[in-house]
Ligand binder design. Sequence first.
Ligand code: ADP
Ligand code: MG
Length: 724
Amino acid sequence: MKLQDLKNTIESLSGVGPAAARQFARLGIFTVADLLQVFPRDYEDRTKKVSLAEFSVYPKVHTICKVTAHEWFGYGRMRNLKIAVTDGTATAWLIAFNRPFLQKSLPEGSIISVTGKFEIKYGQLQSSAFEAEKIADEGELSEYEEAAVPGSKVLSVYPLTEGLSQKNYRKAISQSLRQYAKALENDLPDHTIKERHLLTKSQAIQKIHEPETLQEAMQARQTLIYEELYNFEYKMLLRALRHRGKLPDDTETSYLENNGAAYFSTPDKNSDFEKSLSPLQLELYRRLPFELTADQMKVIQQMNEDIDKSAADRNSLINSPEKITGTPFSMQRLLQGDVGSGKTLTAFFICVRVINYGGQCAFLAPTELLARQHAENAAKLLEPLGIKVAFLTGNLKSKSRQPLLAALKEGTINLIIGTHALFSKGVEYKNLHLAVIDEQHRFGVAQRESIIDRGRISNGTKTHTPDVLMMSATPIPQTLALTVFGDLDISIIKTMPEGRKSVRTYLTVMGHENNVYEEVRKQLRQGHQAYFVYPRISEESGENTSDDKNLKSASEMFSFLNTQVYPEFTCALIHGKIDEDEQKQILDDFKTGKIQVLIATTVVEVGVDVANATCIVIEHADRFGLAELHQLRGRVGRSDLQSYCFLIYGKNISQDGIKRMKVLHETTDGFKIAEEDLKIRGPGEVTGTIQSGYLTLGIADLNRDKEILKIARYDALSNIRAEL
Ligand code: ADP
Ligand code: MG
């Protein structure tokens, strides 16, 4: 029998009546399987005696006492019992609110076991949260010290609902364990249990609920955590196999094979790299004014292989379908790399290869600003190679829109770059073969799907999905990469282009802004430029909570900085409500240096690439999220100049706010920042998957159980491979 098949109601357990069943139901527990799968939230170690005198040393006293007196206090319905006890080390009061029956069950003179939290109140040692049980009547035991504390074991502590006590909960657990636990079958493969020195399912379930020692409880937890993560990964991997006809690469966990061997393989020599390029790629490579980083080369090579396989299958599907056995292959890859690590360029290389095969590429960006930036770069780099690049946003007037859409449908456009407009109604492709999705976390699943959909081709029985390259500059922590994105291949660019200096970050509390403004002035005098970022556009914008009223706005600060602080420099204001053409003009002027100080909202978060800007000042920095701050900081440090980031935070900063400031101050490593973000916010928020219920783990915790996750993933992969 498998645990999840224990469908008997808990009422079928002896000792669980309809009333208790109703209380369990409120906890979502209906069957024996439900019951046994709610694991203790804590344990109480009652294997050790803790005397009254030690009440302040341990969280709970656990001792044997003699009852010396009963007293009543309060009147009428407020009348309550107090019980005086001593265990030979001290005397104390048990305050029995609403428990008048204890007068009878804990009579004067009896010997009782007492477990509870004690404190000194009104000059007396007392407890109102205690458990007590009579173990002997007066005279049966001469001295309380002689008795062993009963219940000398580790007790499980469960999440409760009103009316249900730990005692009754434990009784129900105990019953079901006795009836069912022995015969439980394993969910994990037997050989995996053995190789990893895990407990069997039967042992794990018994020991997590009724451990003899804390060590046993922990051992059971490890097994169950592993099992949960293993099952999750196993499902993910099978899904990949079903949808793509292939398992993801195991680059993330393959190091486990020889325990700690090199994590990332080293790239091949340049000549090998050149050999792996298609003609157009080689031309692009030779034209670059700089050398690609080793990681860029490695990632391009990885993806080249995918594109070749995918193009072959796509071609066969149309011309000789009999050649395809199984699901036609396509690339489904997530490219992670910190801001400025050169992902865009890497993606262009891949587009170029697809174009070499005669396919079209769509390059999707979340904002107009970013899309435009990409389109300009693409035009500069790719048009000299004879590639036709187009730019499409929702704002494009219909006069220029119509011919563009026609060209796209005819196939004369090779690469189209834009926003959501790329998959809006009426946009048709001749042969969309690759979708690049930049800042992929900004798009919903449905949006990603609707661009991919435009490139699906089918011969009636088989379908080829276009290649997908998702990119993220907000690095996804490895744990999430292995779970939420577990059915994708993952490539990572870790190294930054040569010569980059890491940005120096300074924290300043509000009230000392002038010091910051002066530091920035020094940079401006050297001919460099600066960004100032604010959480809202103007005094009127935003929700008008009293809290918001105290926030500086970009408009207001533009006037102030322009006239009062930097009259000798040219300042400009930019935000999302400014007309799009005007925004473009402002950015162009900033790029060419006509504007020295740009005062902005978070519109500059992505896509603005001005190497000469060396300062970014973020006021009310504690109002921004960690990922957002990291992105904003990525606006500077884009050349070999030393850059600076000034975070100005409010006096009433929250605890989480302090944590965020600290993280940014301590590191510029986007991967570390993402991990910290995960810790502060929890996994659902980070990926936007919280509502989807995608990642509802029970006992496992992605943050804490990272290492187990990797092992589980690795084992699931190996086992599936062996089964194929
Ligand atoms: P990302 O998209 O990862 O944030 P980009 O592709 O926008 O990064 O690159 C940031 C800047 O670095 C761009 O100006 C780009 O031209 C430049 N760049 C990319 N690769 C290299 C390299 N290998 N060496 C020097 N500069 C590079
Ligand atoms: Mg980018």
